[in-house]
Design a protein around this ligand. Structure first.
Ligand code: NAG
Length: 379
């Protein structure tokens, strides 16, 4: 069956966005209330927090978390995803070695914040292949395999090897061509999956968890962080309701034997991620837009505590960028720069603390330019 974009772009919009904006508004309000409460608690430490009646023993452990989470926790306690948390999953697609650690950092965060959703990493099956007789595995493959095992053991991540979708010979294929985003449609027995475009940093997973519980009227929804003048960007969060039917419909509308991400994304209904201007809460931020978006009262502390996911690009955070270039890429506003630096520093620290990895050295390409050609791809 051929799918037209008209059929796909069923109106999801108003409900989800309105609900979310309202929740963001409330969470900002709750944060303010909590500031007041914590002041009160400091003055009268005997005050006991209000008891919330709970019926769900699994979620009960969430109560009594630090301020900032309790509102979402209350919401999540009474609003489960359709079919329950066993049918909701964060899925990351690690197409390159350099992306493995970033995916695992995200899952470490979800584990720490006790997200109830399932966790899946898809990775190229070729990493599992035995090396030829008498040869050793490429050290990059070895490292990725070690990290994947750690993710399974420490962060309850399910490992899902995937095959290259195209057998085309000839010019070397990119990782995107071999392992396209259409793979996200394949976990059929989940009702909803969330994919966070890497590289990025989860600053607060709870608002992301909330996305599993909201009604969705289209099988694929992409959220982008609105740029200056609300300009539309690439979606950095994808919500997908996988099904055999959706997979068949969508792959049949893409060119035979190849599923380019750009064409796939055209079938996704795209909306701007909700933000709340008054309380500066946002679901999604683009690091590259920090300057353009930072209004006079932009506050780095606030940004870091009220943003759920930051998509980081240009420069990419996994690489050891020469200092001059790094400084040149910084936003100019003082607060924006502080937020920007903090995001890169957190990424670098998590990479070391969770994966035991330094930043990736950059190899100069033969033509003097620099791409993502690092040692890993030259091997
Ligand atoms: C930013 O916000 C935090 C609390 O959200 C506040 O403590 C701090 O003073 C603010 N900083 C500036 C520069 O306004």
């Amino acid at each position: 069956m051929l799918i037209t974009s008209g059929q796909i772009s069923v109106a999801i919009s108003s409900t989800v966005v309105a609900t979310f904006t309202f929740l963001l508004f409330l969470s900002g309000y709750v944060l303010q209330q909590q500031t007041v409460h914590s002041l009160q608690a400091a003055i009268h430490p005997k005050i006991t927090p209000p008891q919330i009646p709970t019926t769900n023993p699994v979620l009960a452990k969430h109560f009594g978390q630090p301020p900032g989470h309790s509102f979402y926790d209350k919401y999540l306690a009474s609003n489960r995803p359709k079919g329950g948390w066993a049918k909701a999953a964060y899925v990351q697609l690690a197409r390159r070695h350099v992306e493995v650690c970033g995916a695992i950092m995200g899952f470490a965060r979800l584990e720490k914040e006790e997200s109830m959703a399932q966790r899946i990493i898809m990775y190229p099956r070729e990493w599992d292949m035995k090396p030829e007789e008498g040869k050793k595995r490429n050290p990059r493959v070895e490292t990725s395999r070690r990290l994947l095992r750690k993710a399974a053991k420490d962060y309850k991540v399910m490992l899902q090897p995937i095959d290259s979708t195209t057998q085309a010979a000839g010019s070397p294929l990119t990782a995107e061509e071999k392992f396209p985003l259409t793979n996200l449609l394949s976990p059929h027995h989940y009702n909803r999956i969330i994919f966070l475009q890497p590289p990025g940093l989860i600053l607060d997973s709870t608002p992301l968890d909330l996305l599993f519980t909201l009604p969705m009227e289209t099988p694929m929804l992409g959220l982008f962080a609105p740029g200056p003048d609300n300009e539309r960007g690439q979606p950095s969060i994808l919500l997908i309701q996988p099904s055999m039917q959706a997979y068949a419909d969508i792959t049949s509308s893409l060119p035979e034997g190849a599923y380019p991400d750009s064409e796939f994304l055209q079938l996704v209904h795209i909306e701007s991620a909700p933000t709340d201007a008054e309380f500066h809460t946002r679901l999604l931020a683009e690091i590259s837009q920090l300057d353009a978006n930072s209004v006079a009262d932009f506050n780095a502390t606030q940004f870091l505590s009220t943003t759920a996911y930051v998509h980081i690009s240009d420069p990419e955070p996994e690489y050891d960028i020469p200092r001059q270039e790094f400084i040149g890429a910084m936003p100019s506003g003082k607060q924006a720069r502080s937020a920007w630096e903090s995001v890169y520093a957190r990424f670098r620290d998590a990479r070391m603390n969770i994966c035991g990895l330094d930043l990736q050295p950059i190899e100069k390409a033969l033509d003097g330019g620099r791409g993502k050609q690092t040692v890993e791809e030259l091997n």
